[in-house]
Design a protein around this ligand. Structure first.
Ligand code: NAD
Length: 272
């Protein structure tokens, strides 16, 4: 991905946003961050763990951002600290990007009904769905002049996808949460949407058993016969987070080369 693929402009000039979920240069949140930066936004970032800090800090510095906070979304203390830093440093916030998910690897393979323990269910829901409710609530308090928020989801919430299992259930909760949050924050001029991205090669995707076939089958079935380009996801994020997306809220927008519309593959759609 080259910087020239992210159109430059002033759509977010003077706007400040928090990006939660960059792990490395392949993260979807990083593609989104680069697009928002190219449109003039001032960005702050969260990361979790020392190992990831070593990857994230150079990226953040490469775009001249200086707000980088450690934040584990499962900890109230960590969330308190993060949003206190934002308030102290910026005094307000215009947008939020939530690009966070986690489930126990053992639950992301084989039988959903057999492999989903209480603990695996709780963890997936906490990290991948509740964290957006919590972050949205905290961010909204800083969005006194209105704002916009997005989260990232996947088709496994609507349809059965092999091995996606408990994460599909968590994504369904995340999408429903998006609608309820949109209802609550609409009167405050805050828009809340989800982007349902097609499979993209990232650290998280690697945690799902058979991830390679999510990519190869995804490409073979998709009407566009291509994998989802993070640049397209970043473009959708720009639309939803800027005034281009005016009047759009509570929506789950698919950016997946059309994969979600297909009920049965064409005869020539053999996976590689
Ligand atoms: P990624 O691994 O780069 O990003 C996932 C992020 O979640 C990481 O930055 C990780 O640190 C963070 N995270 C996990 N547990 C956390 C915790 N307790 N506290 C704070 N942060 C935590 O992978 P990605 O593919 O860019 O994933 C980003 C989002 O996009 C996820 O919600 C994922 O489900 C979604 N998504 C991914 C794909 C895909 O194919 N890669 C497709 C659709 C949606």
């Amino acid at each position: 991905m080259s910087a020239s693929e992210f159109p430059k402009g002033d759509l977010l000039k003077g706007k400040r946003g928090l990006i939660m979920g960059v792990a490395n240069k392949n993260s979807i949140a990083w593609a989104i961050a680069r697009q928002l930066h190219a449109q003039g936004a001032e960005l702050g970032f969260t990361y979790v763990g020392e190992a990831l800090e070593r990857r994230v800090r150079p990226l953040v510095e490469s775009i001249g951002a200086d707000l980088l906070v450690e934040c584990d979304v499962t900890s109230d203390q960590s969330m308190d600290d993060t949003f206190r830093v934002i308030e102290d440093k910026w005094g307000g916030l215009d947008f939020l990007v939530h690009s966070i998910a986690f489930a126990d690897k053992d639950a992301l393979k084989g039988s959903f009904v057999e492999n989903t323990s209480r603990e695996a269910f709780r963890t997936a829901m906490d990290v991948s769905a509740f964290s957006f409710v919590d972050a949205a609530n905290r961010a909204s308090k800083l969005m006194q002049g209105g704002g916009s928020m997005i989260t990232l989801t996947y088709l496994g919430s609507e349809r059965v996808i092999p091995n996606y299992n408990v994460m599909g259930v968590a994504k369904a909760a995340l999408e429903a949460s998006t609608r309820y949050i949109a209802r609550d924050l609409g009167p405050k001029g805050i828009r809340v949407n989800a982007i349902s991205a097609g499979a993209i090669k990232t650290l998280s995707l690697g945690g799902i058993s058979g991830a390679r076939s999510l990519l190869s089958e995804g490409k073979a079935w998709a009407p566009m016969r291509e994998n989802t380009d993070p640049v397209g996801v970043a473009g959708a994020a720009l639309y939803l987070l800027s005034d281009l997306g005016k009047s759009c809220t509570g929506e789950t927008h698919h950016v997946d080369a059309g994969f979600h519309i297909v009920g049965m593959p064409e005869d020539d759609a053999g996976a590689e």
